[in-house]
Each structure stands twice: as structure tokens, then as C-alpha cells.
Design a binder for this molecule. Structure first.
Ligand code: PHE
Length: 347
């Protein structure tokens, strides 16, 4: 019997790995192990022999389990030491920090143009995106029954007030009206912002886009002044020569009114989806403020006149960066946006 115990002990002590030891544990200490064998013939023993055998088994169990446990603990601590040796942790290394974001390309261009116009003495105004019918249409010489309303299909709200029903503004021109209501004359203002139209979306149309309105009211403002400011603006934005053309354009709040087009910077002229195959992109509708609009806002048109323009900010960004599909701009896709991280604005 002692031989059995000795050889079991020998097997335990010669286990070289934790896995070996586990196999030995099952063989030696398990239900069919040495200890079980020692108690197998218990039934045939006398009472005294049983006592002696019981003591022997207990002692053997003690010995074997102690040997097993100490080896198991040694393997566990060796494994832990090996893991600690292989891993590396330096608590003094600075944390990686927040990944810096960047401004959307439309915001970048908007801020650039704001800086330019501020340097020319213009104020930057903000206006509500939910407008009154009065500010968006009537005060701009677009009464309810006027066909020009059809040019700007909008989203109407059920609610309204004394200034007519509320709507999502279709252009930034209502801020012209708000400027005339609140600023002293002479005035120079721009108003960048988000506008909405009930459009079906394609490569060059969105229901939500950005414009930048500009207005100057003074004495003896001429088309020459208007063209000067527009050229200054475009050369600052594109930082190169762009070909422009001026066509007559109809907007009820300017007279005369123009469409200032630029040569398509995506295709350079032959035609593409962005310029609707025409080679030209409408970028800058503008004109001299219609005297009716001045007098509707309480300004005497015999004393004052001015110009106004409405720059398509979204389209401008597309031209500057040769983006061929307007839908990228509001996609929220970081693969697109990451391309516009400029050093000037990142942080
Ligand atoms: N608000 C006009 C539009 O969105 C553009 C415009 C602005 C035209 C200012 C002339 C003067 O279509």
C-alpha cells in the first residue's frame, strides 16, 4: 500500500507543467484514483483493520493533496510571473487625448468670407431659419399671388402670426429685411446661413443648403460698385483667375437684377452634372435693390440706394474643392470630411 502512495507522490512531483499536473490529479486524487483503490476492500476488513486503514488513507490523502497543491501554486505563480514579464505598462505615458475635429468645409469658407467682408466694413448678421411669410416673401416684393413664389417651393408650417404663416426660409434674403429694420444707414451687412427648399435631391440639388447674403445701402451706389465687390470676393475665394459672365436675372427685390456665373471649375467648360452640361455655374445672383423693397422697410428710395447679392455657399464649396455631388456635404461621412482638415482651423 505504501508503494502505491509513494508512486502516486512520485507522479505528482514529476509533473512538468500545469497541464501534466491536471492529468495526474485526475488519476491520483480522482474518483478512480489511488485513494479510491485503498478504500475498495474496506468491507472485508475487521473493525481494527478499518481504523488502521482509515488513518492510513487520511494520512496518504493529506500527503498527496499537499504535494499537489504546492505544485499547482508554483505553476500558477510561474505563469503569472511570465505574463507580467511579457506585458508592459508605463503609467507615466501621457494619455492619447481627444481626437481633434475640424470645421466643415462650408464653415471654413463662410468664416473666410466673413473675415473678408468685415475688413471691408460689413457687419455679419444672423437670422432665423423659421421665417415669417412677410420677411421671406412680401417685404422682398414677392406677394402671395406673384409667380416668383413658385421659383422657391418651400416647407410651410401650420403656425403663423401677424406677419403671415411661418416657413423654413428659402433664401437668406429675409435677413436683408431684418438688416434694414435694425441697422442705421448707411449700412453694409452680410448674412450667412442655412436655407431650405422643397427640391428633389440629386447631384446638384439639396433640400437644405447654405447661402451668404450681402447688402450695402448708401448714397449713389452703382452697378460698378456691385461688380467691384463681387470681383474682390471671387478672387479672394478662388485665389486664382476665374472666368465670369453677367446675365440679366430676375428677382423681384432687385432692379436691375443679374446672374453672375462662373466657368465650371469641375469640368472647365465642356459640361458635367454639376454645371448641368452647360459649362457655367450660377453662383452669384445680384442686383441693385428695388426701390419698393427699400420703401417697404421704411427707407426713402430717393435718398438711398444699394446692392444685394446672394452667394450660393454650398455651390461655392463644390467649385472650390471640385466636389461633384452635393450630397457628400451633408452625408456626415468622415472619409469625406477628413479631407478638409486645414491646419488653420483644426483644434
Ligand atoms: N435670394 C435669391 C435666391 O435665393 C438670390 C438673390 C439674393 C438674388 C440677393 C438677388 C439678390 O434665389
Amino acid at each position: 500500500m505504501q508503494d502505491l502512495v509513494d508512486s502516486a507522490l512520485e507522479r505528482i512531483n514529476s509533473a512538468g507543467t500545469a497541464a501534466d499536473l491536471e492529468v495526474v490529479r485526475v488519476d491520483v486524487l480522482g474518483r478512480k484514483g489511488v485513494l479510491a483503490q485503498l478504500s475498495k476492500d474496506m468491507g472485508k476488513l475487521t473493525a481494527d483493520e478499518k481504523v488502521a486503514r482509515g488513518k492510513f488513507i487520511n494520512a496518504a490523502k493529506q500527503t498527496l493533496e499537499t504535494a499537489y497543491e504546492s505544485l499547482r501554486d508554483r505553476f500558477a505563480s510561474e505563469a503569472l510571473t511570465a505574463r507580467l514579464d511579457s506585458e508592459w505598462l508605463d503609467l507615466t505615458v501621457p494619455a492619447p487625448g481627444v481626437k481633434p475635429g475640424a470645421l466643415h468645409p462650408i464653415t471654413q469658407i463662410q468664416w473666410e468670407i466673413e473675415d473678408l467682408f468685415r475688413s471691408l466694413g460689413f457687419s455679419v448678421l444672423d437670422g432665423p431659419e423659421v421665417e415669417t411669410e412677410h420677411h421671406n416673401f412680401d417685404a422682398l416684393n414677392i406677394p402671395a399671388d406673384h409667380p416668383a413664389r413658385d421659383m422657391q417651393d418651400t416647407f410651410w408650417l401650420d403656425a403663423g402670426g401677424p406677419l403671415g404663416r411661418f416657413l423654413l426660409r428659402t433664401h437668406t434674403s429675409p435677413v436683408q429685411v431684418r438688416g434694414m429694420e435694425s441697422l442705421p444707414l448707411p449700412l453694409r451687412m452680410i448674412a450667412p446661413g442655412r436655407v431650405f427648399r422643397n427640391e428633389s435631391v440629386d447631384a446638384s440639388h439639396e433640400h437644405t443648403f447654405y447661402q451668404l447674403e450681402g447688402m450695402m445701402i448708401d448714397k449713389n451706389v452703382s452697378v460698378g460698385n456691385l461688380i467691384y465687390f463681387m470681383k474682390t470676393l471671387l478672387s479672394a475665394i478662388f485665389k486664382r483667375e476665374v472666368t465670369v459672365r453677367l446675365r440679366p436675372g430676375y428677382f423681384p427685390f432687385v432692379e436691375p437684377g443679374f446672374e453672375l456665373d462662373i466657368r465650371c471649375l469641375i469640368c472647365g467648360g465642356p459640361g458635367c452634372p454639376v454645371c448641368k452640361q452647360s459649362g457655367w455655374v450660377e453662383l452669384l445672383p445680384c442686383g441693385l435693390i428695388n426701390p419698393h423693397v427699400l420703401s417697404k422697410s421704411g427707407i426713402d428710395p430717393t435718398q438711398w440706394n444699394g446692392f444685394a447679392f446672394g452667394l450660393g455657399l454650398t455651390r461655392l464649396v463644390m467649385m472650390r474643392y471640385a466636389i461633384d455631388d452635393i450630397r457628400w456635404l451633408q452625408s456626415g461621412d468622415l472619409r469625406f470630411l477628413d479631407q478638409f482638415k486645414s491646419e488653420q482651423f483644426a483644434q
